[in-house]
Design a protein around this ligand. Structure first.
Ligand SMILES: [Zn+2]
Length: 377
């Protein structure tokens, strides 16, 4: 104990040399000068940013510099955002050499049942090595109209609870050789399987109008997914397919709904350019005026299943549209797939237009149009 104390005392005595107070003094002077300089520069920085507080206000991204915030986003998306390629020299491993590059690495969370694609006769399959544009998977967009310049319009019919005039409506559409688009509530499909089958047999397209017709923005993510999936299952059981269209009940949607529908395979949240408000039974002349005369090139008309005034006036609506040079077509004919982020993939042996369309959740017509192989007309 005593020996240790002695040693320590000796050691302390040894380390305190004449130059140590001088060194400590110099360090103190340097700290004072450094602190002064730092303070000056910090003040300069604050002044150059207009005296902004160092803590960003809520909602701002602290990592984004003010100049970046002021830069507007590019007007047009780059033509290619992602290239899926297989290097020919790469060793074949399951990760880098799947059976086909057209198959997405991340499949859609839930795969809707699409109508079986039919290839136009005489069209060659894409050759291995060719590059094909596909729409980015899982994306959702909202549309109020289709492509213009084609002199085509889409007649859409929502079904809620009423059903009685459906057969009459289908009869008019058949007589006038019109293929339309129906948005059926899943509960309606379950209650009216025979009418649902008649819609399909009439060559019409069928989209998703939720299951319960609840206003979807008020639902949780889980509940909205359930609505879409339950209706998809109902349609799958009755007619074996559904289109990638979602019509929100009451036309009420938010960004979450559009994105969630896209994730569920319902890429297009379909609104309308003309509302017939036929469910209020405004009078047949009013419906004729609203749809027959007001609908424009590329327009989408909202009508309903379940109102007698609609099939009663539909012959005149169709005739008026045709007199105005507008042809009613299914929605798929006027959809603009270039609204989605384009992704370029490389074709490998075994890929077909059909397999690519299915893998990327796009209808065949859309895929061929996106690649300039089929020109919309
Ligand atoms: Zn509805």
């Amino acid at each position: 104990m005593a020996a240790r104390k002695k040693t320590t005392g000796k050691s302390q005595k040894r380390t305190i040399s004449w130059w140590q107070p001088l060194l400590l003094g110099s360090l103190a002077v340097l700290l004072v000068i450094g602190g002064f300089l730092w303070g000056t520069r910090a003040t300069d920085r604050a002044i150059s940013f207009g005296g902004l507080p160092t803590v960003p206000p809520p909602g701002t991204n602290p990592t984004v510099a003010p100049t970046e915030l002021a830069t507007p986003p590019p007007a047009t998306a780059p033509p290619v955002t992602e290239i899926v390629t297989i290097a020919p020299t790469a060793p074949p491993t399951p990760e880098t050499n799947p059976p086909t590059t057209a198959l997405p690495s991340t499949p859609p969370i839930y795969d809707p049942i699409f109508p079986p694609p039919t290839l136009p006769p005489g069209l060659a399959q894409p050759s291995p090595g060719a590059r094909v544009l596909v729409p980015s998977l899982g994306e959702g967009v909202v549309i109020y109209q289709g492509k213009t310049g084609l002199n085509q319009v889409a007649l859409t019919f929502d079904s809620g609870w009423l059903f009685e005039p459906t057969a009459a409506l289908l009869q008019v559409l058949a007589e006038y050789h019109v293929q339309a688009t129906f948005f059926t509530r899943g509960g309606w499909v379950d209650a009216q399987p025979e009418l649902t089958r008649m819609i399909k047999e009439g060559g019409h397209e069928i989209g998703n109008h939720s299951y319960t017709h609840e206003s979807q923005p008020s639902l949780s993510d889980e509940d909205m997914r359930w609505e879409l999936r339950r209706t998809r299952d109902a349609l799958g059981q009755v007619v074996g397919e559904t289109q990638s269209y979602y019509r929100p009940p009451y036309g009420e949607y938010n960004d979450r709904d559009v994105a969630l529908a896209g994730e569920e395979g319902y890429r297009f949240t379909v609104m309308w350019s003309v509302d017939s408000i036929d469910w209020m039974e405004p009078g047949e002349e009013v419906i004729l005026q609203r749809v027959g005369y007001n609908l424009q090139d590329g327009g989408i008309a909202l009508m309903h299943v379940g109102v007698w005034q609609t099939p009663n006036i539909l012959p005149q609506v169709i005739t008026t549209l045709r007199e105005r040079g507008l042809e009613p077509v299914p929605l798929s004919h006027i959809l603009d797939w270039s609204l989605f982020t384009p992704v370029e993939i490389v074709v490998v042996p075994g890929d077909t237009w059909e397999s690519i369309a299915r893998a990327y959740n796009i209808d065949l017509r859309g895929l061929l149009e996106l690649n300039g192989i089929l020109v919309a007309r």
